[in-house]
Design a protein around this ligand. Structure first.
Ligand code: ATP
Length: 872
């Protein structure tokens, strides 16, 4: 196999060779369906019914000789189309960037070193390692396996795990499910680990052969997008009815039918917030980019909204609230507690008993066994000691080095069998053979899992029965270590004969207790403040951990996680409760200790039964159901398995609890920004419709002509609305209660704000028009210019009001420079349209004097200033 594929298993491919193969064979990806061509996306911008009616009407007016108007309208519609197109492209691009960021990685050996590379860069001949929780990135022929079990439903439809092994199979033409020495692209490792050589990538994998049958997953609209789409339909009907009413009244008052029709259609196009869904998507995706900068990757856009509603965060302790940097601090052996000095994974430190340095051979025993039952490796990179593998195991390696146990020494032993660690078993077992072919079992794990399987104790290297007195002493020691926030790992051994069966129950029975290690995993510095901030924001933080209850409690104490009356629960208590029973007390519980991933699902459901919106973190295969069932499933970017990531809607790139808080902050802010521009757009539209309606009811001429209406729509709906989507959060964003997920778009006074501001904008525009017109047909063009300018200015001032739920005066208008820029450029465009001669013809405008401007500004500030003081 090695020769066939041109690779040495011990070295893997060279980077050079790998990139040559990548060029030759192409990326390791399944071909996706065809993308919509850009011109079609552009054309789609014009498929809106009212836009089509407008284009048809314009065509008619062009044919009737109104060239200037017709061309102007066409140009405005075209520009509008471009804006929509660019907004959509931007949203699309940031979404595909997201996909790239959350793309799976593969663990391959290149140039003799294990490294993580994007799965798409895996090539035939790569030596690759898979372990529990991975989604396999290519077709692999196994060369090593350890309790490897695969779930191949993606390929075969069969969801029961299948055991895999590295032995060669002679028979040919087997179906994938019968090829037990192969693992296939897209299938999941549910248990154990394996190593092998890649024999197929991309479309030449078993999955590639059926790829064309796979349905492409559609990007689902988020609840808000759906709600807005529904609202959009209602708004279209309302806008159409109102415009129809304006047209009918206008015709009734003696305006020419054709003129009213064109004005009506323009008004409808302006009033229908057709840009809303696109701006919402842009706001969501821009927010998502801000989240990426804060190290949170959103996998499902809907999570952005739900984040703002989160009322409970259930977080893992290890690695999320703590550093996941374990260091052995204490060793209990032979009824003595030995203290270990040194920091992190640096293998420098000494052992002390009663303040005296010692070199006790019995510690060496504990540490030697801890090193044998171990997958981690200790490395020094850029002068810093770190580990590759599980931190608990890394800590044991570092402690062993401090005692002088080197890798050469452990190399004398061979692992002949392994029962891997998982969070349900909370222990790991290996069968080791020494140079004399003598075999023994080494088990390490949570003491409460090992002690029931232990019947002997090692006493000064002798073995004697474990008595109740010893048990009590060990338990006392565990409690003492846990009270100091130390994680406890017990180490047990047993000699076995060479023909002893590799049966889990038999191997892990009648063990001999050798010792205990206590390791510290300090809380992350920023977590304490993050928990406090969440608390102020009405969000409860709950710690969920597989660790010992006292260790968990000690860390919870350090983090100020629990109020005085807060409760702590253990996994075994949870097991005896129904979901309903748990629901009655779950709100009082702040720490769940010694839980298994299965318990997490029960906890999520119990909180949800109480009406909570639950964020749940997880990293392992078994966490996936709870992650999926929660409202916001969160997985870990560094330590998380592919399975957990796929089930989640948010990935924390730095595995850090504080990042969840930042994501919630952003989630709340994005939602508020969406509310801001909905408020702005709709209030503007209400103003536009009302000024026309009032004028028709009062038998006045048209205060705005069609091009002016369309121009207002183009300029104000464009840049200022987008800039609102980029607004900074208000100061109290993390001081309010979470949002009710059932709240409607117009909740919390938004409807009133839209109608009241819209009404006032309409009124002052009408007043401006009437005062300039004064019944004199000669001054109509002047009056229309005044009305047009007043409407635009009123909207551009009102946009600052939309930044606050309280009052325009509550915020510094220069804080959002995008908005200031957008407003300035809109004013410039307005000035051009008013003063540039050729455009005056198109937009029917006339020069305005300074007096006019003072009059306009005074009037157009009224809606914002009035509501700024009334604070409603
Ligand atoms: P979290 O807080 O993220 O839920 P955890 O690390 O507390 O994670 P697990 O990883 O499930 O939870 O560990 C549970 C217990 O299993 C630990 O308290 C420890 O005693 C034991 N344990 C952890 N890692 C190993 C390991 N590599 N080998 C043997 N036992 C382990």
């Amino acid at each position: 196999m090695e020769q066939q594929l041109g690779v040495k298993t011990s070295q893997g491919l060279t980077t050079d060779e790998a990139s040559k193969r990548l060029k030759k064979l192409g990326a390791n990806m399944l071909e996706e369906g065809k993308q919509t061509p850009l011109w079609l996306v552009f054309l789609k911008q014009f498929q809106d019914f009212m836009v089509l009616v407008l284009l048809a009407a314009t065509l008619v007016s062009g044919l009737l000789g109104e060239y200037v108007d017709a061309i102007a309208i066409m140009v405005i519609v075209l520009i509008n189309g471009f804006i929509g197109f660019f907004q959509e492209q931007k949203a699309e691009k940031s979404l595909s960037k997201l996909k790239e960021l959350s793309a799976p990685m593969a663990n391959v050996k290149r140039d003799g070193r294990w490294m993580k590379i994007p799965s798409s860069e895996v090539v035939v001949g790569d030596v690759i390692r898979v372990s529990s929780g991975d989604r396999v990135s290519a077709d692999i022929r196994l060369s090593k396996s350890s309790s490897l079990e695969m779930e191949e439903s993606a390929l075969t439809g069969e969801s029961l795990p299948i055991a895999k092994h590295a032995t060669a199979i002679k028979q040919e033409d087997l179906e994938p499910q019968d090829q037990n020495n192969m693992v296939f692209m897209g299938t999941l490792v549910t248990r154990g680990s394996g190593e092998g050589i890649v024999v197929g990538t991309g479309m030449s994998t078993a999955m590639g052969q059926i790829a064309s049958l796979l349905v492409k997953t559609e990007q689902m609209a988020t609840p808000l997008e759906r709600r807005l789409a529904e609202l959009g339909k209602i708004l279209i009907i309302v806008a159409l009815l109102l415009t129809a009413f304006v047209v009918v009244v206008g015709v009734y008052q003696g305006h020419p039918t054709y003129q009213m029709f064109l004005a009506g259609v323009s008004l409808a196009v302006a009033a229908i917030p057709e840009g809303l869904p696109a701006i919402v998507t842009v706001a969501l995706s821009l927010g998502v980019q801000r989240m990426i900068r804060k190290k949170a990757i959103v996998r499902k856009l809907s999570a952005v909204e739900t984040l703002g509603c989160a009322s409970v965060i259930c977080s893992d302790k290890t690695g999320t609230m703590t550093e996941n940097q374990m260091t052995v601090k204490e060793i209990y052996v032979n009824d003595q507690t030995i203290h270990v000095t040194g920091e992190g994974y640096n293998p420098k430190g000494a052992f002390y008993l009663d303040n005296k340095q010692i070199k006790n051979p019995d510690i060496n025993h504990v540490l030697l066994y801890g090193t044998l039952c171990n997958h981690a490796s200790l490395l020094k990179r850029k002068g810093k000691w770190m580990i590759d593998g599980d931190p608990t195991e890394g800590a044991l390696l570092a402690a062993a080095r401090k005692a002088g146990i080197s890798e050469d020494f452990t190399a004398q032993f061979t692992i002949v069998h392994e029962i891997p660690f998982d969070s349900d078993r909370k222990r790991m077992t290996v069968v080791v053979e020494d140079q004399n072919k003598k075999r023994f079992v080494v088990t390490k794990g949570a003491p409460d899992m090992l002690l029931p399987r232990t019947t002997f104790i090692a006493d000064q290297s002798e073995k004697r029965p474990l008595r109740a007195k010893d048990q009590n002493q060990i338990n006392r020691e565990i409690n003492q270590m846990a009270d100091k926030a130390l994680r406890t790992i017990a180490i047990c051994v047993k000699e076995i004969g060479n023909d002893h069966p590799f049966n889990e129950a038999l191997l892990e029975k009648d063990l001999t207790f050798v010792g205990l290690t206590g390791m510290i995993d300090p809380p992350r510095k920023e977590v304490k403040d993050a928990i406090l901030e969440c608390n102020n924001a009405g969000i409860k933080t709950v710690m969920i951990t597989g660790d010992h209850v006292k260790t968990a409690q000690a860390i919870a104490r350090d983090l100020h996680l629990m109020p005085k009356n807060g409760r702590v629960m253990e996994g075994h208590q949870l097991s005896h409760m129904t979901e309903e029973e748990l629901s009655t007390i779950v709100e009082d519980v702040y720490v769940f200790a010694r839980v298994t991933p299965e318990h997490k699902l029960k906890i999520v459901k119990a909180f949800q039964n109480k009406g909570h919106i639950v964020a749940m973190t997880g990293d392992g295969v078994n966490d996936a159901p709870a992650i999926k069932a929660s409202d916001i499933g969160i997985s870990m970017g560094q330590s998380g398995t592919d399975v957990a990531k796929e089930a989640s809607s948010l990935i924390l790139l730095d595995d850090n609890f504080a990042t969840i808080k930042s994501a919630i902050y952003e989630g709340r802010n994005i939602y508020e920004n969406i509310r801001k521009f909905i408020r702005y757009l709709l209030a503007s539209n209400v103003g536009e419709i009302l000024v026309m309606l009032f004028a028709m009811l009062l038998a006045l001429p048209l205060p705005l002509i069609p091009v002016q209406i369309l121009w207002v729509n183009l300029v104000t709906d464009g840049l200022p609305a987008m800039a609102l989507g980029l607004d900074q959060a208000e100061d109290n964003v993390m001081k309010r209660k979470p949002r009710d997920p059932k709240e409607g778009v117009f909740a919390r006074g938004l409807g009133f704000k839209i109608v009241s501001r819209g009404l006032l904008i309409g009124l002052i525009t009408l007043i401006a028009f009437m005062m300039a017109y004064q019944g004199n047909p000669e001054s109509l063009r002047y009056a229309q210019t005044i009305a047009f300018t007043t409407l635009v200015m009123a909207q551009l001032i009102h946009v600052f009001d939309c930044r606050s739920e309280h009052s325009v005066f509550a915020r510094n208008p220069f804080q959002n420079l995008y908005l200031v820029g957008a407003v300035i450029s809109s004013v410039l465009l307005l000035v051009i349209v008013i003063y540039l001669e050729p455009l005056q013809e198109v937009f029917h405008t006339v020069d305005l004097s300074l007096r006019d401007w003072i009059f306009i500004l005074a009037l157009s500030a009224i809606p914002t200033v009035f509501f700024g003081f009334s604070k409603k």
